[in-house]
Design a protein around this ligand. Structure first.
Ligand code: ACM
Length: 770
């Protein structure tokens, strides 16, 4: 997505979740994720014998594959070996397709656990597969390896929505095929069934097209900006060959996942114009974009352009059997169409009233081509703006209005509204959160999300196919970042899309999650622990603690779940460490470590350390500063474009390099030290560029300007910035401050030219005189 979405709506209320706790007692607190539609626990249990067998019907290759997936999962998570046999007979687990299985919903299954074994029946192969995935969870309950006992129970299960998806943006940061397949594996285990691949954008084209080899020879590679200080920037990119795509499509299909390709048009297409300039409006050849956001290049609207698109789509359709083909349509800035006499003449010739109508005509023409080939077109909700193309299914990302409008007009819709289902949104306000958008979308927020939009009535509800979580990767540079963003929020998403609405229960979900987090550890999935990690809070604030020489500390976590255990002797907390029960009173200086465990004693969050030293109490990290009121565009971005998970990250406001350290205690303070950083300024702000606030500089490289109490008041200190040519990317800036006492806001702003690098603050610490 572009950069213009307001983040003010970022904090999503938890109020919707209140009241769910009252239901907890009457709903299952053990069991699979997503929670089955119907589940009844009986008397007794089944114990998995050594050398257990799974039987599948003779000749049913798909059932055999489902069984092999179950074997693999249980081996990797539990260390227990099962084997698969075709035919009938005694078995620990039986998987069988049965035309009369007592569940007639598509993708549904019935699962019986008796003391003698587990039996799954389904009317279709997808249902049988999902039954096997549920068995996989029953055989890997929370904790430990080896023997497993499963309570006697009966499950009848089927999905609430047919479209249960994830979108992966492989254009902004190329994702290696192994990582894509790892996501497919986890989607299948979560009963998700649509992988939307965002294959093209301004910053890269990722799909081999035989007819147009330059799309990948040129369009798959970009040269990131040199503000990272490297003398010769290296090119970045990658693409998938057609063989790799065929392999992925088959890999996903075996797991009942359809891969839905997206070729974005008429905007987000700079990599196309870099490869084949004639496809663009101006005929000029840009470089593959390095600017995030919205870039100006648009497809032309002439016949040569449609020949190109249709030829590309012919190859896309040959590779992807998906009925749905996504053609983008988002954020197409119309300036180039407005400025081109030829495009304007064509628009008039077609009798179209404006450029939005021209976009609808363009998309409709592409949609008809797809329809003529037995396919259906999906577009982002902007394609509604010029009148909805008759063939379109709408993917609603700018809130839910697009979905409501389109469903009322009898079109199918898929929900993926920003920021809630944009998984590049940060999941907590913690200082250790990696890069992303500064909207906070917690695990609870995703859990509270209901894919049936308010405003769609019962008669139109069948048009709501479902929803998907979007993994846009501008700020997720590596597969590690993507994994951190996706897990465990994918669990909340999957439950929302699969389980009946009236069965949803946040507390029950949390109770089932520790087993899932343990599975992730066994499988090597580096899931985020943001919802469970300990947050430290000083009652009365850091200033009062500094004045008193001691702190009263409360420990909590975002999900308000699990047992917190802590140490103050420098050792890592274990299940034997003291349990946090009430606020702790600690004389300064102190260092506390705390970790979170489930009821069964399994780790839910890694230990976090909190320094209660006077220096630490006088220091604020990047994320603890307040963006100045003029700004709105919040991102958390890494030091370098090629950052890994250890890279420092900075909260920035693209419109104003200005922050406030609120209520600093100034008694005895004589200086402040900023850990400054110089980042690439590579953002396509389009028309919003006019909003960027420049502060006049008085020296060539600009300065850090410090004011007390207000950002308009008298200057307390000015520190010149070092030359970008010689200074490292991170550097300290120290300013002497006039004597003051009591609490004051400290306003910090950079006056560097807005055409140069983007300066950021890693932390601000206050120094005492002697
Ligand atoms: C989008 O985020 N531009 C779909």
């Amino acid at each position: 997505m572009g950069l213009g979405m307001k983040t003010a709506l970022a904090v999503i209320g938890l109020a919707a979740l209140m009241g769910s706790t009252a239901l907890a007692a009457s709903l299952p607190t053990v069991g699979p994720i997503p929670l089955p539609a119907e589940m009844q626990i009986g008397q007794g249990s089944f114990t998995l014998p050594a050398g257990a067998i799974i039987t599948v019907p003779a000749g049913d290759a798909q059932a055999r594959f489902a069984a092999s997936q179950l074997v693999d999962f249980v081996q990797r998570v539990r260390g227990v070996s099962l084997s698969v046999r075709e035919g009938q007979g005694d078995a620990a687990v039986t998987l069988a397709l049965a035309p009369d299985a007592p569940v007639d919903e598509a993708e549904g299954y019935v699962l019986d656990v008796a003391p003698s074994g587990i039996r799954v029946t389904a009317r279709d192969e997808a249902g049988l597969y999902y039954g096997a995935m549920t068995v996989a969870q029953l055989l890997t309950p929370e904790g430990g390896q080896g023997d497993v006992t499963v309570p006697v129970q009966q499950i009848r299960d089927w999905p609430r929505f047919p479209w249960r998806g994830m979108m992966l943006d492989v254009a902004r940061h190329f994702q290696p095929m192994d990582s894509v397949k790892a996501l497919v594996d986890e989607m299948a285990a979560h009963k998700l069934n649509r992988l939307h691949l965002h294959l093209s954008d301004d910053q890269g084209w990722r799909l081999e097209i035989k007819h147009y080899p330059d799309l990948t020879r040129i369009g798959a590679w970009r040269t990131p900006p040199a503000a990272d200080g490297k003398p010769v920037p290296e090119r970045y990119g990658g693409f998938y060959t057609q063989d790799q795509i065929r392999d992925l499509v088959a890999y996903a299909a075996a797991r009942h996942i359809t891969v839905v390709p997206e070729i974005d048009m008429p905007g987000h297409a700079q990599a196309v114009m870099a490869s084949y300039p004639k496809i663009g409006v101006t005929g000029a050849r840009p470089k593959v974009a390095v600017d995030w956001g919205v870039n100006p290049y648009l497809y032309n609207v002439n016949e040569a352009n449609f020949t190109f698109i249709q030829t590309v789509l012919d190859e896309v359709m040959a590779l992807f059997p998906s009925t749905y083909i996504h053609v983008g349509g988002d954020e197409a800035l119309k300036d180039e169409w407005k400025q081109s006499p030829k495009v304007q003449a064509r628009m008039r010739e077609l009798g179209l009233k404006d450029e939005n109508a021209l976009q609808s005509w363009f998309i409709e023409r592409v949609g008809r081509y797809l329809a003529d080939h037995g396919r259906r077109m999906i577009g982002w909700d902007e394609i509604l703006e010029g009148g909805i193309p008759s063939t379109a299914t709408i993917m609603s990302w700018r809130g839910t209005k697009g979905a409501v409008d389109a469903a009322r007009l009898d079109h199918d819709v898929i929900l993926s509204p920003a920021p809630t289902l944009y998984l590049d949104s940060l999941q907590s306000r913690r200082n250790d959160e990696p890069s992303g958008r500064l909207a906070i979308v917690s695990l609870a927020d995703i859990y509270a999300y209901d894919a049936m939009p308010v405003g769609v009535d019962a008669a139109q509800a069948h048009h709501v196919l479902g929803a998907q979580g979007n993994l846009f990767t501008e700020y997720m540079m590596t597969p590690w970042h993507v994994t951190h963003a996706a897990f465990p929020r994918i669990d909340a998403l999957a439950e929302g899309l699969w389980s009946p609405k009236d069965k949803r229960d946040w507390i029950g979900f949390l109770t089932r999650l520790p087993a899932q987090m343990a599975r992730y550890r066994q499988l090597g999935v580096e899931a985020a622990d943001s919802a469970f990690a300990v947050d430290f809070h000083i009652e009365d604030g850091a200033n009062a603690a500094l004045a008193a020489g001691s702190a009263t500390l409360t420990l909590s976590n975002q999900a308000n779940f699990g047992t917190i255990r802590y140490t103050t002797d420098g050792s890592a907390p274990t299940t034997a460490s003291p349990r946090y029960e009430m606020p702790l009173s600690l004389p300064l200086p102190a260092t506390i470590q705390a970790a979170v465990f489930s009821d069964a004693g399994l780790p839910l969050a890694a230990p976090r350390t909190y320094d209660l030293t006077p220096d630490a109490l006088r220091t604020r990290q990047s994320g603890e500063l307040i963006a100045c009121p003029q700004g709105e565009m919040g991102l958390r971005i890494p030091l370098r474009a090629d950052a890994d998970k250890t890279a420092p990250v900075y909260n920035v406001n693209l419109f104003d390099a200005c922050w406030v350290y609120p209520k600093a205690r100034m008694d005895g303070v004589t200086s402040l030290t900023v850990r400054a950083a110089r980042l690439a300024r590579n953002y396509g702000l389009a028309h919003d560029a006019a909003k960027v606030r420049s502060h006049p500089a008085t020296t060539p490289n600009g300065e850090l300007v410090v004011r007390l109490d207000s950002c308009d008041g008298p200057v307390a200190a000015t520190v010149p910035l070092p030359s970008p040519k010689t200074a490292p990317l991170q550097f300290p800036l120290t300013a002497a401050l006039p004597a003051a006492s009591g609490e004051h806001d400290i306003c910090l702003m950079y006056t560097a030219p807005i055409t140069g690098p983007l300066y950021a603050i890693g932390s601000v610490g206050l120094g005492l005189g002697h």
